[in-house]
Design a protein around this ligand. Structure first.
Ligand code: HEM
Length: 124
């Protein structure tokens, strides 16, 4: 059977590492750090958001996890996230994928998923 994107991303272990690395990069990325640094003072909330994000990507990539967080529009509504901020998030994800030695096919597949969700994230 063909390997799913979930398999190719290293399943929950690989995706958890990716999300950890991406959030660390967001904390140091001046375009978006003001959105994320405040969560350093709310470790329980940060843990939950990260867990939701891991499950969101696992489920979206074909994994068995159930996503128990909010939908994208509800989550990002009122934040008025700009196109530039969206690009900064995409950059951090691609950088984390580089660092973790994912290939171009996986990066392309992840990019396609991110862009398909863009309308539910920016300018809300
Ligand atoms: C396609 C791109 C994106 C996806 C798939 C995504 C996905 C998610 C998910 C799954 C959550 C957790 C929701 C929950 O716990 O209920 C979340 C939360 C969050 N996202 Fe995004 N996100 C994206 C882009 C962005 C961008 C560009 C920003 C801003 C720079 C952003 C800022 C946040 C913040 C601040 C939270 C925490 C919200 C809270 O505390 O209520 N996201 N996102």
């Amino acid at each position: 059977m063909a390997r799913t994107l979930y398999n190719r991303l290293g399943e929950i272990k690989g995706i958890t590492k990716l999300v950890d690395d991406v959030v660390d990069l967001h904390m140091g990325n001046p375009t978006i750090s003001p959105r994320f640094v405040p969560y350093r003072d709310q470790p329980d909330r940060l843990r939950l958001i990260k867990q939701h994000t891991v499950h969101f990507f696992c489920a979206g990539a074909g994994g068995p996890q159930e996503y128990k967080g909010r939908d994208m529009v509800t989550t990002h509504k009122g934040m008025n996230i700009s196109e530039q901020e969206f690009m900064a998030v995409v950059d951090d994800i691609l950088e984390a994928m580089d660092v973790n030695n994912y290939g171009d096919e996986e990066k392309k597949d992840v990019l396609a998923i991110l862009y398909s969700l863009k309308g539910g994230v920016i300018r809300l």
